[in-house]
Design a protein around this ligand. Sequence first.
Ligand code: GLN
Length: 487
Amino acid sequence: MDLWDARAAISRGDLSLGELIDSLWERIGVLEETIHAFLSLADPAELKEAETALAETPLRGIPIAVKDNISTLDFPTTCGSRFLERFRPVFDATAVARLKGAGAQVQGKTNLDEFAMGSSTEHSAFGPTRNPHDPERVPGGSSGGSAAAVAAGEAIAALGTDTGGSVRQPAALCGVVGLRPTYGLVSRWGLVAFASSLDQIGPITRSVRDCALILSIIAGHDPRDSTSLPVEPRDYTQDLEGGIEGWKFGLPREYRPRELGPEALALIDRWASAIEELGGEVVEISLPLTEYALPTYYLIASAEASANLARFDGVRYTTVSAEGTTAKEMIAASRTLGFGREVKRRIMLGTFALSAGYYDRYYGKAQRVRTLIAREFAKAFENVDIIFGPTSPTPAFRLGEKEDPIAMYLSDVFTLPSALAGVPAISIPGGKVGGLPFGLQLIAPRLGEGKLLRAAYALEGCLTSETSSDATPLHRGDPQGGMPKAG
Ligand code: GLN
């Protein structure tokens, strides 16, 4: 059952919030020891108490899981780091406050790569999350806990964050839906900053319509985030129907390299035929700057991370170490103990890229290439409505398989370019490769979420009807005609 159907069943009286919570906790009881999707969990009895108070709200008290780098008043916010193990925010992030305002409750906080740096959730200081489709494999990352919880049926929907792919790639690897909104559409207030010019909060759900529903609640201007766009709230569930007849879909040659292997290539061809069956047109396009996205991203994201993570001095937020006789020694001791290897690597890389003498050569140049990548997308969208391709080059890989950081970074080759360009993108289940979920990524122009969701909804209907042996079948229930307003 997706959030949409659960909400409808509760409002019809066919399901009580208590029953829903019991069924989620039943899954948690069976699977969580293996999956380890959560870092903290609500008390189900407390969640049930809200049943009557939230009965008339749009989300009817339904619990939603939240990635643990998004601030929450009632739970710790660890960012998967020893540094913040005991940190408790004194406010809710805007996205969380808006979900609560619509009647949702926070189910718990989900595991992630430390400070969202990674693609496998193996870099969490609190142990990895495992993929519900095969526990020997990673769920992707960095929002691996959110994606695994939704795929395992431990959560009905979740929030993740996407800096360079961290919503879309784990959604792809776990066989669920993940949306990265246009940069600035969802407030970053309360999201612990990794790379501020790239970070976006986005939903991870069991269906496209759930993404539309959650986006409608969390999107919109927030005066507390200076990069928040001045856009009016909008009901994206109204965009779902209508289909893609006459729409032009661009498949970049660079997103279909031969190295993907025959099974993935055949699946991409299948997507192209599905688009054509639905009345769309598929054209080959080229995004030649794709190969520069990875170095550009790692320079910019690391540079911003080195600045953002400077605030962790072991005095503010939490005390990590009291060693040393000077402030400098104590800060060094705290940072040595508090941060994991990947985070230290990024801080060093970023500090280097920003240092005098190298700034122009590395950071400045990366910024200029970023502008060219954004222009390349804008130009491509003059000729096509939607760009599509795989979300990730491979399905879920084994834990420990990618020890070389570059090998890990390559998991995001197809998600980094659109992140740098600031355009919205969604990953939906696209079928299987090697018996594991393989994600179809759709990319739209800036603020094109309506179109993006409509295309994703049409293709989801077409592709999931073929793969209905899936562990999490998606049935088209009665579309309720949009999002009910609070009573
Ligand atoms: N995997 C990428 C990285 O390690 C993206 C992470 C993210 O989007 N948070 O930076």
